[in-house]
Write a protein that binds this ligand. Structure first.
Ligand code: SF4
Length: 367
């Protein structure tokens, strides 16, 4: 383990072959495709530069990170935020021939009297001192609303395991051990933020799994040297988001950029012209307009019937309708909520995957 300060720290490639014969991988790139890391380490030219919109999104996310740290401080967290001009650099050995380097966003401690601490005490036992020796790495992320919700439900180890592995390396680099880490995430849609604390044993597991995955790159480097032709297998296919955002997509899969489509597999459909789409949209708007007063009338009728039942003191009664007798009844439903934050803290991601499963569906929204 070593801690150093170096100028211009954020301009490094995701991976590089170092003069001492090691491969150095940036902590924030731990989850990336191994072939893409090889391209980067061989300093291959970028075939698909990041488009301006994605760059703006990326920069907006980075610019919001200090906002998250200030929000944590206002909520009582005691932080040691890094100086963005001169952040502390950590470099951690990760097995033979491999090291991981990066710059932690912040370190600190949860507030002493807050919901965060009461949850910590519930989960990790009361009375655990939170002095300097128990300072934690805080990894700050910004996510869109969907990704934020997915993180809260599944936990970082399942939704964004690379961020936990990244924090594991920072903890090792700063403290020489894997401690608990905190992932602090801002929802860029609602501007809400939340934290997740991950126990040390699981942090260590995430870090080890990420670095084990990169071990074959070391063997390849020892056998082939920095040979841009000795490419590792692809970790993803052209339809995966990793490939669609990959700066080496055309080099790796020529022609795939135009073929890659984010939509689900489906039968080829008759093409729809702009004019047909506009006509369909206007038809939809007309129907919506017609439904508005009908929906209001329906709500009014239901409210009258509910009050009629309440006046009778019953939950169900029959009433003659226009064509037949109807049964009017109040249906009570019960909902059960899962506190995903506590569930995520208590169970390892493999066990959680058996309990909280993910299903995808899609629908069309017109707003
Ligand atoms: S295009 Fe896909 S498979 Fe090829 S290097 Fe990039 S991420 Fe890996």
């Amino acid at each position: 383990m070593s801690q150093t300060n170096q100028p211009d720290p954020y301009s490094r490639p995701p991976a590089r072959f170092c003069a001492d014969g090691q491969i150095e991988v940036r902590a924030s790139a731990l989850g990336r495709c191994r072939r893409a890391l090889w391209y980067a380490a061989c300093a291959q030219p970028i075939s698909n530069p990041t488009d301006p919109e994605s760059l703006t999104l990326l920069e907006a996310g980075n610019a919001l990170e200090p906002v998250v740290l200030r929000a944590l401080q206002r909520a009582g967290w005691r932080l040691r935020p890094v100086e963005r001009e001169r952040p502390t650099a950590v470099s951690v050995p990760a097995g033979s021939g491999l090291r991981v380097s990066g710059h932690p966003d912040a370190t600190g401690r949860p507030p002493r009297s807050s919901e965060a601490e009461s949850i910590d005490q519930f989960l990790f036992g009361p009375g655990q001192p939170l002095d300097d020796e128990h300072e934690l790495v805080i990894e700050v992320k910004t996510r869109g609303p969907e990704a934020f919700k997915r993180w809260q439900t599944l936990g970082a180890e399942r939704s964004h395991p690379e961020s936990v592995a990244q924090a594991a390396c920072y903890s090792l680099g700063l403290y020489g051990e894997c401690r608990d880490v905190v992932i602090a995430t801002l929802d860029t849609g609602s501007r809400r933020w939340a934290t997740e604390r991950i126990p040390a044993a699981r942090v260590e597991h995430a870090g080890r799994r990420a670095t084990d995955r990169l071990a074959p790159l070391v063997g390849r480097y020892e056998t082939c040297g920095p040979d841009p032709e000795a490419l590792p297998d692809r970790d993803f296919t052209a339809s995966d988001w990793q490939c669609r955002r990959c700066p080496y997509l055309n080099a790796c899969q020529p022609g795939a950029a135009s073929e890659a489509s984010p939509t689900v597999d489906s039968e080829p459909l008759e093409p729809v012209s702009e004019e047909q789409a506009r006509t369909a949209l206007r038809g939809y708007e007309q129907v919506q307009q017609q439904l508005k007063p009908l929906n209001a009338e329906k709500r009014q009728a239901l409210s009258t019937l509910e009050r009629w039942l309440q006046a009778k003191g019953v939950n169900k009664a029959s009433l003659e309708g226009g064509e037949k007798s109807r049964t009017i009844g109040i249906v009570a439903t019960r909902r059960y909520a899962v506190d995903h934050r506590r569930l995520n803290a208590l169970l390892d991601p493999e066990t959680r995957a058996e309990i909280v499963t993910e299903h995808r569906s899609q629908y069309l929204r017109i707003s």
